[in-house]
Design a protein around this ligand. Sequence first.
Ligand code: BT5
Length: 262
Amino acid sequence: MRIAEVEARLKTSFVGKPIVYYPQVSSTNEVAKQLAREGAAEGTVVLAETQTSGHGRLRRKWFSPKGGLWFSLILHPKLEPTRLPQLTFMTAAATAKTIKDMYGLKAGIKWPNDVLVNRRKVCGILTEGCMINGKVKFAVVGVGVNANINLEELPLTVRKRATSLKKELGKPVSREELLCRLLLRMENTYLTLQREGFSPILEEVRSLSVFLGERVKIASFGECFVGLAENLDSDGALIVRLENGTRRKVVVGDLEVLSLEP
Ligand code: BT5
């Protein structure tokens, strides 16, 4: 990554100021949390070429070979702790829109934290918060975009459901340009969230969704069930209509869109 080029082209007012760059780290989220504890400013981005222990939710492994865009953004949001998932939705919307606009690819959001292109995962998002006395002291939003990675570097089970921008376009992308555009979109979406609340973001997520109106399988707290993904409630929880007609609200879980399975 040519950081000087990114710094020269970045049009944000605070996101990506500064970008703290490493050839390799354990996880950009871990480094960002440490910097935030030490007082790093809102907007600081930690970016690495590779991660040795990149992770997803529930400490699942996030494979981070060379060629990807692996970064974490430090924020100081005015949000109740239970509303932190709004940062994930905001980032998913920003990423899907950036990919659509820049490359004309059909990018969509799969609840709660994936961006898909052609039914396969191109990006995963992990938001972590640090709470003090019931208030959010800071949040770290980790973003992993399979920009130019070789899919052969992912294990077979992961590869089946994954893609990269390079694979979809048949040629590599400029990661510098992608990062500049994505950070600008994240900043604008974050400012919208802070000024106007979650509803404009929710509308974007709904319009970019690949799961609403679909038959889905949900895994939540060790339980599995199938139903129709009917809607998102005002907090982003998923409303599923079960096959017996009752509705269920899912706040945390994994979703498979049955009709979209690659
Ligand atoms: C996520 O978790 O999708 C969140 C991933 C966040 C990664 C970023 S990279 C920068 C920052 N630093 C970190 O340490 N993390 C963040 P989850 O929904 O739990 O999905 C994890 C699952 O995605 C794994 O169990 C695999 O099945 C799959 N997976 C792992 N690596 C992948 C990759 N490179 N591309 C597509 N899928 C992958």
